[in-house]
Design a protein around this ligand. Structure first.
Ligand SMILES: [Fe+2]
Ligand SMILES: [Fe+2]
Length: 501
């Protein structure tokens, strides 16, 4: 059978719209689902996605990608990567899989909403492929860790994390529900594909793929690269949607969505990627600091995407850049200290050489975060590990669901940003987190942080054991120091003044 050339049918296929006769247009595309912001269907029809593909092409390429990733995995099954890898690297894998795998599944639902309710036919077409992409990502990132489950139960959290009330899982769900599950098709295009994927997933995926290759974990490297090639395609759904909104006088609304999404994405990545890059990755394999990476990807590249589209930089841009210096150090210190409450083993990343590197990359680190680690090291050297473990819970931000924290020691800048709303007191990590809440208080007001739940008596017994039970962390899953404190020995005969020089 003769086939038409692609050029002869493609535009008709990708731009097909129809006029409903059995129902009204607003019944077919309810505003709450489409988020068209009053821009008419005709005006949405100019939507022009920069990346175009047809279904046969898509299937052929995806099949090759899957075959590539699965065959690298099969070929390296006996490589003993698991046995030989630095424990810090295994912790990166566990935290990544738990935080991301089912997030991909949620992203599939989000793409499905755009595929059905996107106001532009081109958007619906691209989102159909995006939906298939995200399904593939969820499958890959559930299948790859599965082989490690018999050796290490923490890998089971690739699937388990989102089904639990573990605090990191609550934080991830809160952000992902907000950015892409409880949103309209247009909001998803802006918040998920533009802000989150164009801006941030590059970092987690390109950065991690490079680190994985450097560390010798070629299975993970090929898995992550395979996923990233999909991301770079479907992330382009958002740009043309923003163009339609801006051209039709909806810039302020679009800007607000972008600003909220970047702020929320930044928090998640500073928790997940920051410690992975600056602490968990073995020193000899670190290419760039997290701050350098943020400056290159977010300030250097993403900033230009915002300006090119005709948007402004978010009002908090300088405040966020200032946070590159400290927020992830604070999260790392907290995660390590509250290590029984995570599903991976945090790597302290605290050898004397690591500290020199931190001081070089973040001048002043020894006088701030280093002061806290000094106390931890002294307690470990004195044989009092119990003093390095938590007995209480931190104050948790009512927006990002993470502990309120910033710079300790000589640079102290820790502050609560409170808000009273309808008789309830809320607490925020920064002006930015509080601003997000104020944009739509009804959306956020009823959520209880894990500490709110504790104080309301929902967590019993009301102690760490009760909290672990509530978070569903079983023995064998509870986190501990990745290197079993071996790094502390380097300090046994080192004078204190030398390590804080
Ligand atoms: Fe994905
Ligand atoms: Fe994606």
């Amino acid at each position: 059978m003769a086939l038409l050339e692609r050029a002869e049918w493609y535009d008709i296929a990708r731009a097909t719209n129809w006029t409903p006769t059995y129902v009204t247009d607003s019944e077919l595309f309810p505003d709450v689902m489409s988020g068209a912001q009053g821009v008419s269907a005709e005006k949405w029809e100019v939507y022009d996605e920069p990346y175009k593909t047809s279904y046969p092409e898509y299937v052929r390429v995806q099949r090759e990608k899957d075959a590539g990733a699965y065959s690298v995995k099969a070929a390296l099954e006996r490589s003993r990567m698991f046995e030989n890898a630095d424990p810090g690297w295994l912790s990166i894998l566990k935290s990544h899989y738990g935080a991301i795998a089912l997030g991909e599944y949620a992203a599939m639902s989000a793409e499905a909403r755009m595929a059905r309710f996107g106001r532009a036919p081109g958007m619906r077409n691209m989102a159909t492929f995006g939906m298939l992409d995200e399904n593939r990502h969820a499958q890959l990132q559930l299948y790859f860790p599965h082989e490690h489950c018999p050796k290490d139960r923490q890998f089971d959290w690739a699937h388990k994390a989102y089904h639990s009330n573990e605090w990191g899982a609550i934080a991830a769900r809160h952000a992902f529900d907000d950015l892409f599950l409880a949103r309209s098709a247009t909001d998803i295009a802006v918040m998920l594909t533009f802000a989150f994927e164009t801006g941030f997933t590059n970092m987690q995926f390109l950065g991690l793929a490079a680190d994985a290759a450097e560390t010798g974990d070629f299975t993970f490297s090929s898995l992550i690269s395979s996923i990233q090639t999909d991301e770079s395609r479907h992330a382009q759904i958002g740009g043309p949607a923003l163009q339609v909104l801006i051209t039709n006088g909806r810039k302020a609304e679009a800007q607000k969505l972008v600003d909220m999404a970047i702020a929320r994405a930044w928090r998640i990545f500073s928790l997940l990627t920051g410690p992975a890059m600056d602490y968990y990755t073995p020193l000899e394999h670190r290419k760039q600091s997290f701050k350098e990476f943020m400056q290159e990807w977010i300030v250097g590249q993403f900033e230009r995407s915002l300006i090119d589209l005709g948007l402004d930089l978010p009002w908090y841009w300088d405040k966020m850049i200032a946070e590159f210096e400290y927020q992830h150090h604070a999260y790392h210190l907290g995660v390590w200290f509250w290590r029984p409450t995570v599903w991976w083993n945090p790597a302290a990343g605290m050898t004397p050489d690591c500290r020199d590197w931190l001081e070089e990359k973040y001048p002043g680190w020894n006088d701030t975060f280093g002061k806290c680690w000094d106390v931890i090291i002294d307690n470990l050297l004195a044989g009092k590990p119990e003093l390095t473990l938590p007995e209480t819970l931190p104050i948790v931000c009512n927006m990002n669901q993470l502990p309120i924290c910033a710079i300790p020691g000589k640079g102290w800048n820790v502050q609560d940003y409170p808000l009273d709303y309808n008789g309830r007191s809320y607490h925020f990590n920064s002006e930015i987190d509080r601003w997000i809440f104020q944009q739509d208080p009804v959306r956020y007001r009823d959520h209880m942080t894990v500490v709110d739940r504790f104080l309301a008596g929902q967590i019993q017994p009301a102690n760490l054991a009760g909290a672990l039970l509530y978070m569903d962390l079983a023995p064998g899953e509870i986190g501990s120091d990745a290197h079993q404190y071996a790094w502390v020995e380097a300090y046994r005969n080192t004078p204190r003044n030398k390590r804080i020089a």
